[in-house]
Design a protein around this ligand. Structure first.
Ligand SMILES: *[C@@H]1O[C@H](CO)[C@@H](O)[C@H](O)[C@H]1NC(C)=O
Ligand SMILES: *[C@@H]1O[C@H](CO)[C@@H](O)[C@H](O)[C@H]1NC(C)=O
Ligand SMILES: *[C@@H]1O[C@H](CO)[C@@H](O)[C@H](O)[C@H]1NC(C)=O
Ligand SMILES: *[C@@H]1O[C@H](CO)[C@@H](O)[C@H](O)[C@H]1NC(C)=O
Ligand SMILES: *[C@@H]1O[C@H](CO)[C@@H](O)[C@H](O)[C@H]1NC(C)=O
Length: 231
């Protein structure tokens, strides 16, 4: 006989078992079918960049409806090859600017900037549109999506790829009093295998099933090449 206590324990175990099953089946049931391949993207460094801004960055803000917009002045930046350390491009300080919004809602920093650079070898320009999220501290830099537009012939693969910046601002106490320093690293997405569909096993077996049903309903005979159906 069940005591009330025993019964509620039984009910509880049953509920837990059902919950466990539900959780398990949620994990097992994938929205994306097994025969669709969507690889996790990986990135490789392209350029290492050192940026110089004016001191006391926090003086350069505009209060707006979304938060405080930073109007950092880009004074100087060197873009170097991440592998060789060779100088690749220099920032054009007179063009571009902004930096983003310090949100009044979640205190996160929403990067929104435009940078113009010039490559040192072919003297072509590049326009970089930068949007991201993070912070401005030495421990909470931002991750940014970078869109590059350039006529530089040797950078077309870069301009046609998905680019990312990671950055960090140095703490004020380790930078000279008359400047602010930040480091950026530009990454490009590694080439990945194209989207792959496995041989359509399930479709084939459905087609076979339909054919068998069809055969069982009709009197068919095979001639040389054609499938003849006798009514
Ligand atoms: C950029 O490179 C020049 C030449 O090497 C150097 O004098 C300058 O300090 C560098 N600027 C930054 C922001 O690293
Ligand atoms: C930067 O701020 C510090 C402290 O607020 C101040 O002592 C210094 O004069 C400022 N420097 C500039 C160039 O405004
Ligand atoms: C951003 O705003 C928050 C308050 O909303 C403030 O605590 C923080 O210091 C600000 N960050 C910067 C870099 O000014
Ligand atoms: C980032 O760190 C600074 C201090 O380094 C802090 O003031 C700020 O609130 C942090 N921002 C975020 C979004 O975590
Ligand atoms: C199938 O067709 C053949 C030739 O048309 C006929 O001789 C045979 O009796 C048919 N069989 C059935 C089960 O209808």
């Amino acid at each position: 006989m069940f005591s009330l206590n025993g019964l509620s324990k039984a009910v509880l175990s049953a509920v837990l078992a059902v919950t466990a099953l539900t959780v398990h089946s949620t994990e097992a049931a994938s929205v994306i079918p097994d025969d669709v391949s969507l690889p996790i993207p990986t990135f490789e460094p392209v350029y290492d960049c050192s940026f110089r801004f004016p001191p006391n960055l926090s003086n350069a803000w505009i209060d707006g409806p979304l938060g405080r917009r930073a109007i950092f002045r880009f004074e100087e930046a060197n873009f170097t090859d991440s592998k060789t350390g060779e100088l690749v491009a220099k920032l054009i300080p007179e063009a571009g600017g902004g930096f983003g919004i310090n949100s009044t809602v979640d205190a996160k920093f929403y990067v929104d900037a435009i940078m113009m650079i010039q490559f040192v070898d072919d003297h072509e320009y590049a326009y970089l549109k930068v949007n991201g999220i993070g912070g401005l501290g030495p421990k909470n830099g931002s991750s940014m999506r970078v869109q590059m537009e350039t006529g530089s012939a040797s950078r077309q693969a870069l301009a046609g790829n998905f680019l990312m910046f990671e950055n960090v601002f140095l703490p004020a106490n380790v930078t000279p009093p008359d400047e602010s320093i930040a480091y950026f690293r530009l990454f490009q997405k590694r080439a990945i295998a194209p989207l792959v569909f496995r041989p359509p096993g399930r479709l084939l077996s459905r087609a076979m099933t339909e054919l068998l049903v069809y055969i069982s309903c009709r009197n068919i005979s095979l001639s040389h090449n054609a499938l003849n159906v006798a009514q």
